[in-house]
Write a protein that binds this ligand. Structure first.
Ligand code: NAI
Length: 308
């Protein structure tokens, strides 16, 4: 088994600190040329400085790797284009995009100013869209691409005060699920992580004692594998951190047909909630078309389709 990178170029967004810094350093140590993107603001995404990205570039170059800084915000079309242009101008292309940049503006939904909702969507979802959009045609043309989305258990499973953040993070899964349909045949693979690490973003809710166990590098090991030449996975969601790695999947139960071809009453729906919610035969689907095909098959089996 090996994890290798054949003369690859990576863009890592939000690589000035935390997880992004670790991803950039781990890839660079394996010979990947890296664009270290970061606008250098605070955790809310406000302010800006070239220092964060510059320091990471210096750490990579000092260790014998190749890296260049970019200070654009991911949250604009021009920013996304310029980040990818930095890779093309300096390293001749882009093979790997790690959509990692992120900000937080936590508040209960009742108290949340909606500007703080859109600010989160703009960075996490649209930032990933803008950067991926700029790199995607090159990856399709080269028949090689690795994209990693940084989701979160806050989006996959929910978290108090995170309506904005959770919405953005689960949206990335929808973005990935559609992208994999378009990229897989051209070896452009897209996967998502839901990381757990002690960074400036999580230091308020986690004890510093956890620092050795919660190093971002635990997450970067998974990211490096997902971006490697050998990886042939696409559409995976992986919860990772602290040495724990686990696939997360959206599944659908076997379901039940109600009404025998007629619209069932709400009472019939209510009475059948047990069967509707039975997950004992739950399975996943590779694309949306398979869901409707499976329903048609069930209708055929139960003789409902022939009545239409
Ligand atoms: P961090 O705050 O250390 O790193 C985020 C980086 O993104 C910062 O350097 C920041 O300047 C940069 N950034 C923010 N807005 C940007 C923009 N518009 N354009 C370019 N760069 C921008 O936090 P951390 O923990 O390293 O977060 C990295 C990613 O992982 C984020 O997407 C976060 O939501 C996600 N995540 C982190 C978890 C954790 O346990 N640390 C848990 C789940 C998700």
């Amino acid at each position: 088994m090996s994890v290798s990178f054949d003369n690859r170029v990576a863009v890592v967004t939000g690589a000035g600190s935390g997880l992004g810094r670790a991803h950039a350093q781990v890839l660079a140590a394996r010979g990947v040329k890296v664009v270290v993107n970061d606008l250098g603001g605070n955790t809310a995404g406000e302010g800006g400085s070239t220092r964060a990205a510059d320091d990471v570039v210096k750490s990579i170059v000092d260790a014998g790797g190749e890296a260049v800084a970019n200070y654009d915000s991911v949250a604009s079309l021009e920013g996304g284009q310029n980040i990818v242009k930095t890779a093309i101008d300096n390293f001749g292309g882009v093979d790997i995009v790690i959509n990692n940049a992120g900000n937080v503006r936590d508040k209960s939904f009742a108290k949340m100013d909606l500007d703080n909702f859109t600010a989160i969507m703009d960075v996490h979802l649209m930032g990933a869209v803008y950067v991926t959009k700029a790199a995607w045609p090159l990856m399709l043309e080269n028949k090689f691409g690795r994209v990693v989305m940084t989701s979160s258990s806050a989006g996959l499973f929910g978290s108090h005060g995170h309506t904005n953040y959770g919405s953005a993070k689960i949206s990335l899964i929808g973005f990935m699920n559609a992208l994999i349909q378009e990229g897989s045949k051209k070896n452009v693979l897209v996967n998502s992580i839901a990381p757990m690490a002690l960074t400036r973003m999580t230091e308020e809710v986690m004890s510093p004692k956890l620092a050795p166990m919660m190093q971002p590098e635990f997450v970067s090991a998974m990211v490096a594998f997902l971006c490697s030449d050998e990886c042939d996975l696409s559409g995976q969601i992986v919860e990772c951190g602290m040495g724990y790695y686990s696939k997360v999947q959206i599944v659908e139960g076997a379901g039940v047909l109600l009404g025998g071809g007629e619209v069932p009453s709400p009472e019939e729906v209510q009475a059948n909630w047990g069967a509707i919610s039975d997950m004992s035969e739950a399975k996943t689907y590779r694309h949306a078309g398979q869901v409707i095909r499976s329903v048609f098959n069930k209708m055929k089996e139960e003789g409902v389709l022939s009545k239409q």
